[in-house]
Each structure stands twice: as C-alpha cells, then as structure tokens.
Ligand binder design. Structure first.
Ligand SMILES: Nc1ncnc2c1ncn2[C@@H]1O[C@H](COP(=O)(O)OP(=O)(O)OP(=O)(O)O)[C@@H](O)[C@H]1O
Ligand SMILES: [Mg+2]
Length: 369
C-alpha cells in the first residue's frame, strides 16, 4: 500500500491499459488492485479511486464504505445500472473515456500533489460603484497575505477592469493571462496552473496572479470555478476581483466565496447602489460584509451606511496616502501600517474565522465526458 498512489480496481483490461497510459501522462503511478479485499486495504489512504463497472459492483457487494474522490470510469455512454451503483458507492463522478481524458489527467496530477493540510479560503471583492476601490483592495489583500507568509492566488474576474496585473505593476511580466488558458476539463491541476502564472515571492510564500488581458471575452464561469478550486485545493487564500455588473463568471466566484466584501465609498449614491448589490448577493446566498472607504464628503457615517444597506460593517478605511502616484508608477505596495493594509488584515482574519462554504456539487454525482 502506498498512500500517495491513486488506486484502480478495474477488471476491463483494455480500459486498465488506457488508465495506465493516462497515469503516465499525469506523471503518477497507479496502484492496481485485483479484488474487493485488496481495494478495501488501500481504500482509506488512496488520494483517488478509479473503478470500472465490475470494480464498482464488487465494492458495492462487499459493502465497502463510501468516501471522497471515487471516480467511476466507463467507455460505454454511461449505462443506467452503472449510475445506480456509482451512487451507492458515493462516487464523485462517472466519466466516459476517451472524452474525459483531459479531466482525468488533471485529477491524477492533483491526486499526486496530495490534498493541502488545510483547504484554502476564498474571498470575493466587489465595488458598490465604478472606481469604488475594489481592485485596489483585492491586490492589497493579496500583498498583505503574502507579507504574512500565506500562499495567495489573485483572480481577476473583471474583463473590463483594465487588468489586475496593472494594479500590481506586473503588466510586463511573463506568464499566462485569462485568454492564454485553455480550460476545457472543468478542473485544472494547481501545479500546472501555478507554473504558468506571474508570481511574487516572499520567503517561502508566493502570490500568483491570473489577470485579464484587456482583450477578448472574459473568463467562462467553469474556468473561474476550476481556477478557484485549484487554489483552494492547494491551500491558498484565493482573492477574486468581481465586476459590479454581476454576470455568470463573477457569480461563479461568488458562489464559491466564503466571504464577499462590498467596498463602498462613504457617499449617498454609492450607498444606494451598495444596497441594491447587497440584495442581489444575499439572494445568491453570499456571506456579505461591508468595507466603507473615506472620505465622507456629506458626513455619512459608516454605521449609517451599514444600516441602510443591511450589510454588516467589517471595517472602514481612510484614504490611502500617495496611492494614485504609486498606481501610476506601477509600484503599488501599501504601507504596513496604512489604512489599506489594516483593512486587508481585518478581512483576512475574518475570512480565516468563517467556516468554509459548502460547494455546489460537492459530494454529488456529476458526469464528465
Ligand atoms: N483605498 C483607497 N484610498 C484612496 N484612493 C483609492 C483607494 N482605493 C481606490 N482609490 C482610488 O480609486 C481609483 C479606482 O480604484 P479601483 O480601480 O480599485 O476601483 P474599482 O472599484 O476596482 O473600479 P472599477 O469600477 O473600474 O472596477 C484608484 O485608481 C485610486 O485613485
Ligand atoms: Mg476594478
């Protein structure tokens, strides 16, 4: 038994041959087991379990308990009986080869990486009005987490936001942007993703950035969820910049976020739009908190804004000194004791304290082909 090897209980020899080739492509070694007794032995520790029709039937007959990360593999277009048995064993998916090969290679690669000791948390940030300060705050959270030694992934979900790479001052850096990523499988291995992205490092910690590229369409919702889940599996803090007009890609991130922050300037009109946005987010089931950014030209107080919008106030921020200059020069790095860093710290503390949001489809049965 080897705790790091995915296990295959597959009687169909042609299918097993295919799986072994896919495992080689993923750079992993597959443990093959001949019967339910051997399967039971590796069952608790294998990071991923692959079963064919006979394998799943024998595991069900042997009353092997259900667990995470069971995948049923078939070359038939999913016979109904197989779905029933897959459900009984608690399989995460039924996949049909060869169509699902890219998905399976990623899953095998992920299994090799092993699960993070703590799955990461996901934060979404959205502005109450244009220019509210959402993108700046997103990057400030990323840099604050990096400085605290946390691995962090910044995800730009706003195709018209000018690019988070520009905010970070990384627009000339090599590495993939959204249009370069070809995500078809609904899942991406964290290692493959991180090797492709621009990165900042501090000691052992990294801040990786998946930015828009000021061209083309925005990311597809499935691509957003694949990237966020890769970051979460890697144990990173994932911080997503969400466009104010909530469309499918932004909603995909919000559905996965453990906390959604609305950044609002302390102004009447922004308060009105923050209220509207908050209602949309709450309908979506988002856990939402408010950050109020000064100055307050009309004297509106943060607690009044929170009461009007119906969103709990997380914290307030005074204007960040010299921000406009540092953004223009491409050397944005908020001061350690400045208002942005303090608000970012408060947010990270709150995020860490919140329970991880259950995800749609988690533990459920889905097809990939
Ligand atoms: N914390 C802050 N303190 C002072 N000024 C700020 C702060 N955050 C943002 N700004 C100012 O507001 C501008 C817009 O910020 P940012 O791009 O983050 O807003 P946004 O909400 O992402 O806007 P968009 O609607 O374009 O996505 C910045 O260029 C900066 O001049
Ligand atoms: Mg923005």
């Amino acid at each position: 038994m080897n705790a790091n090897r995915p296990m295959a209980f597959v009687a169909d020899e042609a299918l097993l041959d295919d799986l072994l080739k896919l495992a080689v492509a993923a750079g992993c070694d597959l443990e093959r087991v001949p019967d339910a007794a051997a399967a039971r032995h590796s069952w608790p520790t294998a990071p991923l379990i692959l079963l064919d029709q006979k394998g799943v039937a024998e595991c069900v007959a042997a009353a092997i308990p259900t667990r995470d990360a069971i995948v049923v593999v078939t070359t038939d277009p999913e016979p109904p009986e197989l779905w029933k048995q897959a459900m009984q064993i608690g399989a995460e998916r039924v996949i049909t080869l060869p169509g699902a090969e890219p998905w399976l290679i990623s899953a095998l690669a992920d299994a090799l990486e092993g699960p993070a000791s703590h799955p990461g948390k996901v934060l979404a940030v959205v502005g109450a009005r244009g220019g509210a300060g959402a993108s700046v705050f997103t990057v400030a959270v990323g840099l604050t987490a990096l400085n605290a030694g946390e691995n962090t992934l910044l995800v730009d979900c706003d195709p018209r936001g000018g690019g988070l790479d520009v905010v970070l001052g990384a627009e000339t850096e090599e590495g993939c942007r959204w249009p370069d990523l070809q995500l078809s499988a609904g899942r991406i291995a964290a290692t493959a993703l991180y090797n492709a992205l621009p990165v900042r490092r501090k000691g052992e910690a990294h801040l990786s950035l998946l930015s828009g590229a000021r061209k083309g369409e925005g990311p597809a919702p499935d691509a957003v969820s694949a990237v966020i889940e890769a970051g979460r599996r890697a144990g990173d803090v994932v911080v997503c910049d969400i466009p104010r007009q909530l469309e499918s890609a932004g909603l995909s991130a919000i559905d996965r976020a453990d906390l959604t922050i609305i950044v609002t300037p302390a102004e009447l009109r922004a308060t009105i739009t923050a209220k509207q946005l908050a209602q949309e987010l709450q309908t979506r089931g988002a856990t939402t908190q408010l950050i109020v950014r000064g100055p307050s030209p009309g004297g509106l107080r943060a607690d009044e804004i929170a009461a009007t919008t119906g969103v709990p106030l997380l914290t307030t921020m005074r204007p960040e000194p010299h921000l406009a200059q540092s953004l223009e020069r491409g050397n944005f790095n908020p001061r350690t004791r400045g208002p942005l860093t303090q608000a970012a710290r408060t947010t990270l503390t709150e995020l860490a304290a919140l329970p991880t949001k259950p995800r749609r489809g988690q533990g459920g049965l889905r097809a990939a082909s």
